[in-house]
Design a protein. Structure first.
Length: 102
């Protein structure tokens, strides 16, 4: 029989997610130019929230076809690839901003 009481892991994961989302939002707003804060924040929200309806059906199909573990692995790979792309773009933008002639 399963334990009917929650273990607290869900609350920890929720708090970690909210902390990461808040820190990411604050970082993009603080690092963007004042005139671009609105568009940058809108793009962040569009990517952060808007990608879920695009990826969820694929993850669901993989879960049905290959099982839940494969769906979790796919989700982690997609998230890791996205984070890698964002990191590479941010690194390139930082390096090119430092090297750009004035």
């Amino acid at each position: 029989m399963e334990n009917p009481l929650p273990s607290g892991r869900g609350a920890f994961k929720g708090a970690a997610f909210l902390t990461a989302a808040t820190l990411a939002s604050a970082a993009i707003q603080l690092r963007s130019a004042t005139a671009l804060r609105g568009p940058v924040a809108a793009l962040y929200v569009m990517v952060f929230v808007g990608s879920v309806p695009l990826v969820a059906p694929v993850v669901g199909w993989v879960g049905d076809a290959l099982g839940p573990r494969a769906a979790v692995v796919l989700s982690r790979l997609v998230a890791g690839a996205g984070a890698g792309v964002v990191g590479a773009v941010a690194r390139y933008a930082t390096v090119s901003a430092r090297v750009a002639p004035r």
